[in-house]
Design a protein around this ligand. Structure first.
Ligand code: SF4
Length: 317
């Protein structure tokens, strides 16, 4: 069975072996972040709908389970867009629990809908929620996240704070910094105050490691990252997410399918893919070359390196 909604597992420093569920099935998001690794948002909306049917997602998850692979450490809702936009999110979380009763569920969210009490009630069904909040300065927030009209950093922050009071699980806050966009002292001061109020279980301050949606958006340097991490009490660099070793699958077709699924979600070099999959670089090169020949994958140069991405991943000029 070829999966449309299930991907991974991915090795994550924060979540362990995490099996991903995409709740959108396409580039539907309430933001269009300049650093987004899955490409430009095609449908920018705050409208909740069943963009991907819960039954289809759970059918794929059941099929994945039936393969008898090692169960993941975490089932993680994320993927090609903002998972809380799917109005059937609660059904997906509940269904995942039935299929994997011993596996916690995590949700990666841009927090834009957390001002909505119904969204918070549904998110509270998860075990770990990972909201991102890149800036509390309105201009910076708009510049880096390019949200739906009406989404303000203050409303996002208050939604996360309200959730803290209602939620028994863990909150891992993520802040992504881009040079000259949201790395101001004013933002750092405001986020410091916010983190004191929120008291999240973990804070991760990260920067771009791969090309984003908009060319020319740059990562901050190591000194800036260290200063922010220290000021916000953030942990060390999170581990790079890595795909399940392809050793389980010496089958080239399956490796190619893993590579294609991975590149559909974020641009990577051949070396990054090989490390992520725990596979031989030559095998990955062969799979990438085959995908390029088939027109499923496209090469792009960024800072002297060749990145590959799914042909549907659109970079803005
Ligand atoms: S980074 Fe996340 S929130 Fe931002 S556009 Fe991409 S999917 Fe949406």
């Amino acid at each position: 069975m070829t999966y449309k909604y299930v991907f991974g597992p991915v090795m994550s420093g924060r979540l362990g072996r995490s099996l991903g569920l995409d709740l959108l099935g396409g580039r539907v998001c309430s933001m269009d972040c300049v650093y987004c690794e899955v490409g430009a948002t095609r449908t920018l909306t705050c409208e909740r709908a069943e963009y991907a049917p819960a039954q289809d997602i759970l059918r794929e998850l059941a099929d994945w389970k039936a393969q008898g692979l090692t169960p993941p450490d975490m089932v993680t809702l994320g993927g090609l867009g903002e998972p809380t936009l799917n109005s059937a999110m609660a059904e997906v979380i509940t269904g995942a629990r039935v299929l994997f009763p011993d596996t916690p569920v995590a949700v990666l969210t841009n927090a834009s809908l957390m001002a909505d009490p119904e969204v918070r009630r549904e998110l509270a069904l998860a075990d770990v929620v990972l909201p991102s909040l890149d800036s509390l300065v309105e201009d910076e927030f708009c510049a880096i996240n390019r949200p739906c009209p009406g989404v303000t950093p203050q409303a996002v922050a208050e939604g996360i704070i309200a959730f803290r009071d209602e939620f028994k699980g863990k909150i891992f806050l993520e802040i992504l910094l881009a040079e000259g966009i949201n790395d101001s002292d004013e933002n750092l001061d405001r986020l410091k105050t916010f983190c004191r109020r929120l008291a999240p279980d973990r804070v991760d301050v990260v920067t771009l490691t791969r090309p984003g949606t908009v060319k020319g958006v740059r990562p901050v340097d190591g000194a800036v990252l260290s200063r922010w991490r220290k000021a916000l009490g953030a942990g060390e660099t999170r581990d790079e997410e890595r795909r399940e070793p392809a050793a389980a699958t010496s089958d080239m077709a399956r490796t190619t399918a893993f590579v294609q699924a991975s590149l559909a979600r974020r641009p990577q070099t051949v070396l990054q893919l090989a490390q992520a999959l725990g596979a031989d670089e030559h095998d990955i090169r062969a799979a990438v070359d085959a995908l390029v020949r088939a027109g499923d994958v496209v090469a792009a140069q960024d800072r002297g390196e060749t990145f590959y991405h799914g042909s549907g991943h659109v970079l803005e000029s």
